[in-house]
Ligand binder design. Structure first.
Ligand code: SAH
Length: 452
């Protein structure tokens, strides 16, 4: 089979679309080419770098006509690494791009749901409260940075653009200490070396900072000196944790952690409640926009104080506790043991006693609750990217809560799950996209489903 264009060929095209990964899409005789750093409407000369059977990749050699939505980019590294794949797109156009993605997916699934304009984030750069930075050796020197897109080649970075600058600074202090004490960087190809990742989380309101050093080996050489160095340079650090991940895997965190200094957790605040967060627990990365997201979800639930609520995929209990203040009782379910433990402590420290947190898979626990006759008025779901399991939806079909509030981080699985819920008589009027991740292609949204 011949492709209309070949590797290393140069061709003039008009970019027609933006892929869900933020690549320009141009078609040559119906053959799609994904073009790095190209926007819809642009006339460009492209250089083909790869021509697969059904699609190819290219970069822009020359611009003839630029998009009015293009903004100047100070550092192309962010696009090369996938840290900020939409950096070259003006913010209002980013919001529109996210809106359109949901709209197109709904259309494909024949869902007649209005998609509202995307709610803009209060901060468009420097917003992330968490970093997970790979550590590698390049030319004999330990480096921290980010992988080049679609590869595991590290590009050294000092300013991560979308992260809280205090976190960037923390990463550099740790990097310099690791260099000073000659800690061997992890070598992915051979699963050798010591330090794999540095993870940093910082409380937006509290400024408390947690540093997690992720090693392949059980121990970190010069741990005492490194801990002392971090504490001396960074007074906001309230916790230093060693996490051990011996496996040859892409998964960042290992199963075992031990605290080298300070607390086993980080504390932050959201909507006036205090939350403890363990190293391995999930916590939303854009704190100010999270408050907006939770407000929308709680408003959507329409609580009067009489309702029984299920919060599935409850993490450290942030949504559960926020809802518990306006409901009779909230049942949370979460699969990560540390997160469930955090959620229970968080209920206590906020003086909330009308919540129950269950450890397990949402799809299993939901079945058990249904068998025990738990009758929820409101079901809140905030699943990971893969969406709701079919057993979970089956249990919803028997329990039939009056309302389902769906917080989604993946519009493809959202559309799939709504279509399934429709079989049980659920129906949504509208979806509210909320931009939790400016400069990236991630699309978050809130949808309320009610039964006819
Ligand atoms: N609502 C929380 C967490 C949302 S993230 C918040 O806003 O902070 C999704 C959560 O689902 C994570 O904590 C993850 O550990 C958990 N999770 C993933 N798969 C799960 C499953 N099958 N059952 C229950 N929880 C699961």
């Amino acid at each position: 089979m011949q492709t209309p264009v070949k590797k290393n060929q140069e061709v003039r095209v008009t970019v027609s679309d933006l892929s869900y990964e933020g690549m320009g899409v141009a078609k040559v005789d119906g053959y799609p080419l994904f073009v790095d750093n190209a926007l819809p409407g642009e006339e460009v000369l492209i250089h083909v770098t790869k021509a697969n059977k059904n699609y190819g990749f290219a970069f822009v050699k020359q611009f003839f006509q630029e998009s009015p939505d293009r903004v100047a980019v100070s550092n192309r590294v962010y696009a090369q690494t996938g840290i900020a794949p939409l950096q070259h797109l003006a913010y209002p156009a980013q919001l529109k791009f996210k809106h359109n993605q949901i709209e197109q997916l709904f259309k494909k699934s024949h869902l007649d749901i209005k998609v509202l304009p995307t709610l803009a984030a209060p901060l468009q750069t420097g917003y992330r409260n968490k970093a997970q930075i790979p550590v590698r050796e390049i030319n004999g020197q330990l480096e921290t940075g980010f992988y080049r897109r679609r590869s595991h080649t590290l590009i050294p970075i000092e300013d991560y653009y979308i992260q809280d600058p205090a976190i960037d600074h923390t990463v550099l202090v740790v990097r310099d200490l690791l260099r000073q004490y000659h800690v061997p960087a992890y070598d992915e190809a051979h699963n050798t070396g010591v330090i794999r990742h540095v993870m940093v989380r910082r409380g937006y309101y509290t400024h408390q900072t947690m540093v997690v050093l992720i090693t392949r080996t059980r121990d970190l050489p010069h741990a005492d000196e490194i801990v002392a160095g971090i504490r001396a340079a960074l007074p906001e650090v309230s916790s230093i944790v060693l996490n051990v991940n011996p496996d040859a895997t892409n998964v960042i965190l290992g199963r075992r952690s031990r605290t080298l200094y300070g607390n086993d957790y980080l504390e932050d605040e959201l909507l006036g409640s205090t939350f403890r967060i363990s190293a391995t627990s999930f916590y939303q990365v854009n704190p100010r926009q999270t408050e907006n997201l939770y407000r929308l979800a709680v408003d959507a639930a329409g609580l009067t104080g009489k309702e029984t609520v299920i919060d599935a995929y409850s993490g450290i209990g942030t949504i559960s506790l926020t809802m518990a203040r306006h409901a009779k009782h909230v049942y949370g379910v979460e699969v990560v043991p540390a997160a469930v433990a955090d959620a229970r402590v968080n209920a206590q420290i906020n003086g909330i006693d009308n919540v129950t947190f269950e450890l397990g898979k949402a799809e299993d626990v939901m079945q058990t609750w249904r068998e025990h006759g738990l009758d929820a008025d409101v079901l809140m779901v905030d699943p990971p990217r893969k969406g709701l399991a079919s057993e979970f939806i089956d249990a919803v079909g028997v329990m039939l809560p009056a309302k389902v509030v769906y917080v989604s981080c993946n519009p493809a699985t959202l559309a799939r799950d709504i279509a399934r819920l429709q079989d049980f008589g659920y129906h949504a009027e509208e979806t509210q996209p909320v931009d939790m991740f400016p400069q990236t292609t991630h699309v978050e949204s809130v949808t309320v489903l009610t039964r006819n």
